[in-house]
Ligand binder design. Structure first.
Ligand code: SD4
Length: 323
């Protein structure tokens, strides 16, 4: 057998290695940090998150500060203590946070009277050996941590007015009311991911009902090797399908964030008696800086922010597949 002359290898190797590089998926030209959030009010969160990160904070800091702002404003009537109360007249809050680099997470559910559930979730992650605290225990922990609280003793008095206003199925716009949630995902300049989610949950829920928002893998999942996904909408239709984890796993298999979000809606619709009438929406970003969003049966506005641009984009409901 003829031996390849060494000078030929010198010529061919650089050619070979540049071909090999071509097979690697190219980086997407998005400025970083890249932030995506549910709903138009999410833009306030992504803007605050970007600012936090540009001031030297981590992606996790950005997520926490962005969501804290929405919890403070509580202006959409669904996040934080200004959110919709449960059937007993209390806002019971759910939140979780997840950090890509160490795959760590914290979560609180059914939390009453604490102004910043997202910070409570982060403290669970940072200061305990646990991942999730619920109800009285979560409140006790948040108070121990010195987190801001309000006096909840007058809340039952608000119940009657709220029930009349919100739970009357005949009230104008009643069908449209009931849920909204802030979920934010971040990709930082070095390619690390983080995410967070906070909500008062579905309005009029039974006391003690926990939705998808504090459940890792349901309304939020971050895998630092692949990407991150999050949800808003009717939690029962998200958590039964581990939707955010399913989106991330589809991205791991090669789907773009857009394809993965849409595919999970089709999958859920295919197995659910509701079909596409699910009231669920997803957002996702991948490690390469691509993003996507999808909704089951409504137009879904979401916020996208990166250095130099911050906008609210809209995606129409997915086109149903033949079931
Ligand atoms: C829940 N997923 O508690 C939340 C509500 C929500 O848009 O996201 N509404 O089910």
């Amino acid at each position: 057998m003829k031996r390849t002359p060494p000078w030929l290898a010198l010529l061919v190797l650089p050619l070979y290695s540049s071909c090999a590089q071509l097979e690697v998926e190219p980086e997407v030209e998005t400025a970083r940090p890249l932030l995506i959030a549910t709903w138009p009010f999410g833009q306030k969160a992504t803007d605050r998150a970007l600012q936090t990160m540009q001031d030297g904070g981590s992606a996790l800091d950005g997520i926490e500060q962005g969501i804290r702002l929405i919890e403070t404003l509580s202006s959409d009537g669904s996040v934080g203590l200004g959110g919709r109360p449960n059937a007993a007249g209390y806002p019971q809050l759910d939140a979780c946070i997840m950090n890509g680099p160490d795959h760590d997470a914290g979560s609180v559910a059914g939390l009453e009277g604490i102004v910043h559930p997202i910070t409570a979730a982060r403290r669970v992650m940072d200061s305990t050996r646990h991942v999730m605290l619920v109800g009285e225990g979560a409140r006790w922990f948040a108070l121990e941590q010195g987190l801001e609280t309000i006096d909840v003793s007058d809340l039952p008095a608000k119940k009657e007015a709220w029930v009349t206003r919100e739970l009357d199925p005949g009230a104008p716009g009643a069908a449209e009311r009931g849920h909204d949630t802030i979920t934010v995902l971040a990709l930082d300049a070095s390619g690390d991911l983080a995410g967070g989610c906070s909500t008062s949950g579905a309005g009029g829920k039974l006391p003690g009902r926990v939705g998808d928002s504090p459940i890792l893998g349901a309304a939020l999942y971050v895998d630092n090797e692949v990407g991150a996904a999050g949800a808003t909408g009717l939690g029962e239709n998200v958590m039964r399908h581990c939707a955010s984890m399913a989106i991330v796993e589809l991205m791991r298999g090669g789907a773009s964030p857009q394809e993965a979000c849409e595919e999970v809606i089709h999958r859920i619709a295919a197995s659910d008696p509701l079909g596409y009438d699910l009231s669920i929406c997803f957002i996702a970003i991948d490690k390469r800086g691509r993003f996507g969003a999808a909704a089951s049966n409504q137009q879904f506005p979401y916020a996208l922010t990166q250095p130099g641009s911050s906008e609210v984009l809209k995606v129409d409901a997915v086109t149903p597949r033949e079931l």
